[in-house]
Structure formats: C-alpha cells, structure tokens
Design a protein around this ligand. Structure first.
Ligand code: ASP
Length: 379
C-alpha cells in the first residue's frame, strides 16, 4: 500500500533547492537584495538545515513505531515514509484507544478517524476527516497528497476514495472500546459536547461540572515529525479524535496548520490534546512561523501555548467550563516541535495532576528512540 514520494526526482529537487538556498545566502551577504524580493520576507530568513542528523519527534505513543523504523531514517529513508510507517504501528494497535483500531467512538458508538500528512520538499499535504472503517487513515491522507490535487477529503467520500485505492473495510470498534462507550452512555451522558443555548449570563455552576469533564475525558492522538538525513522534512498526525464527540466533528488533526504543519525552510510541528483550542490558535502553523522568525522549537512551543491560554480566557467569558477553578484552561494541549537544524522540543500546558510525567518521543543519532519529559507551561 505504501507508495514512495521519494525517488531520484525528489532527491535531485532537494539538492537543487539546498544548493539554491546556499547561493541565496551567499548572494545576500555580498550584494544588495534584488528589488523584486517582497518587503514582507522576514529578515531572519530560513533556518539553517542540518544534514546527516536524522531526527524523529512525536507523541509518546509513537515510541513503538520509532523503535521499529528509526534505523531506516538513519540509513537515508524518506521522512514521509518513516513518519507514516511509525504511525501505522499505533493505528493497528487495538490497545491504543486514541488512534485507528480500538479508537474510542463518537457519541453514537461509531469510530470516526482524522489524519493528515505533509511533505516539506513538495510543500504539499493530504488529509481525511471523519473517515470510518479504514485501518490506516494516514495512508489515505498520503494518497490525497500524492494522487489528488486536493488537501482534504471527508466522510463517506473519503471512505469511497480509500476503497477505490484498495483499502479494506475494517470494523474498528473493539469490544474494549465498545464497553467504555456504553459505560459513558449509561452513566455520563450529561457530560457531552452539546452546549445549552447561549445564556445571557454564563452558567457558572453548570460549567464547573463540565470543566472537570474536559479535564478527565479520554483524549489522545499520534503525531510524528521527521527530519531525514538529506534535510528533507515531513510530518503526519492520526487520531480517533475526542472520545464521545458529536458525529461529524472534525478536530485539529487533519487541519493543516492546526494539528500539524511543516515548511522545508523552517521545520515541523504537531499537536495532541484539545483540538478546538489548537484550531483556534492555528497551533502548528504558529509554531513554524515563530521558528521562521528565530524562535527555538522550545520557545516556539511555549509561546504558542501562552497564546492558547490568553485566547481561552477570552472564550471562557462565554463558555466558563474552559477554565478550571484556578482560572487556567481545563484541558491539556501538547505540542511537538522540530527545527530544520535537528533541535526538538515537546511542550504541554500541564503535567498530570496525579504526579505522573507527560512524555514525548524523540529519536536522535546519539541516543536513539526514547521518551523525554515534556516541558509544561503551567503547573
Ligand atoms: N487533538 C485530538 C482532537 O481534537 C484529540 C486528542 O489529541 O486528544 O481530535
């Protein structure tokens, strides 16, 4: 099913681009900028690419796939191949209830998946939203990238597209996930995503209950950003989305600029956690733009989280459940950030309240694939 974006053409293109970037840097040091360059080009320019230092960064549940596939990246494999093959390991794992097979369903008990991928050398993306009964939405996202002129297909038509490309129909609701859904339906269904009609004054008391629901609800997604040996960058995100979501809801994961984004001049970023907050902040595109303007991956991630906090406080004037009793976001959001120079970071709004440690997965030539603690903005 895997079809490679890489090949002689892509490698040639990439070397040509790298050579061109080098020439441009020389030219700007020695001669005035050509008048045709628009004034809006950021003064800091593209980040310097580091070749020969392949890196993977992503959510903690990507570790198993990284362990299987990182060696191929070290050997010179294409970053999109490795990002997707890493994610497919978790999509096929019935014990991970946040992605693919065994993913927690929507409020009707139907597993609806979102996935997207993006490829730096071509600056092209592909995505599927709300797709059902397909085991590897990440591969279908790649088909959208490679075999269409579009960026996003949704719902039944995304399913038909996948079937036309040979993907099998698979029942994704496992017994374990069905039981969790039924338990929620029988006991927790007042805690769902349907809001009452807009009140004249916020219903603070009712909001308190839902605030703890937002904090405790089961969430999860897988993201991987990959930097190849030759400096090519790519990323992929795949999810079953928020558990018990309203049917048809699409989160941040398949939205380019929100759940993932990469730019061959800068780096890559991705997100897991409350998708609505990430969409409203354009989280991944924001981090890439901050890096373009000189921020490190760590600073780009933390600054974007700070923006999310400010935006959430504004939203909470109408939806108080978005803040907890301390006045901070009642949900978590985690970002994975990778610079073109091979530096990486994982940041979160919070570490878990139970004293546990929220980790992210990273693989570098010196230490290989491992879990590292995320840096939290708030405590
Ligand atoms: N970001 C995902 C979504 O909003 C959910 C998650 O990562 O927990 O669909």
């Amino acid at each position: 099913m895997t079809s490679r974006t890489s090949g002689p053409d892509r490698r040639d293109l990439l070397s040509a681009l790298a050579a061109g970037a080098g020439l441009a840097a020389c030219a700007s040091a020695q001669a005035p900028a050509p008048t045709a360059v628009p004034a809006a080009v950021p003064a800091t320019g593209p980040r310097k690419s580091r070749t020969g230092f392949p890196v993977l960064v992503g959510s903690a549940n990507a570790l198993a796939g990284m362990k299987l596939h990182y060696q191929r990246l070290l050997d010179g494999a294409d970053p999109l191949d490795i990002a997707i093959d890493t994610i497919k390991v978790t999509e096929a794992d019935p014990t991970d209830d946040s992605v693919g097979l065994g993913g927690l369903p929507n409020e009707e008990g139907v597993v609806q998946l979102d996935a997207a991928c993006m490829y730096g050398p071509r600056h092209k993306s592909g995505a599927v939203g709300c797709i059902e009964n397909i085991l590897h939405p990440s591969e279908v996202a790649r088909l959208v990238l490679e075999r269409t002129d579009h960026c996003l297909l949704v719902g039944k038509d995304a399913y038909r597209f996948a079937r036309a490309h040979g993907h099998e129909h698979v029942e994704l609701l496992t017994e374990a996930s069905r039981k969790k859904w039924m338990e929620w339906k029988e006991t927790m269904s007042t805690n769902d995503d349907r809001l009452p009609p807009p009140p004249k004054l916020p219903h603070v008391a009712a909001a308190r209950t839902r605030s703890s629901f937002l904090r405790d609800r089961v969430t999860g997604t897988i993201h991987v950003s990959a930097l190849a040996k030759d400096g090519a960058i790519a990323c992929c995100t795949s999810t079953s989305g928020m558990s018990w979501k309203i049917p048809g809801r699409v989160g941040d994961s398949p939205i380019i600029g929100s759940g993932l984004y990469c730019d061959q001049e800068v780096g890559s970023a991705g997100a897991t956690g409350r998708g609505e907050a990430c969409i409203l902040a354009q989280g991944s595109a924001t981090m890439v733009e901050l890096m373009r303007n000189g921020a490190s991956p760590l600073d780009a991630g933390l600054q974007t989280l700070e923006r999310v906090v400010r935006q959430t406080k504004r939203q909470a004037r109408w939806q108080p459940d978005l803040l907890d009793e301390r006045g901070w976001p009642s949900f978590n959001l985690v970002f994975y950030v990778l610079g073109l120079d091979g530096t990486a970071a994982g940041v979160a709004l919070y570490q878990p309240r139970d004293g546990g440690v929220l980790t992210y997965a990273v693989a570098t030539p010196d230490e290989g694939p491992r879990l590292v603690a995320t840096q939290a903005l708030l405590s």
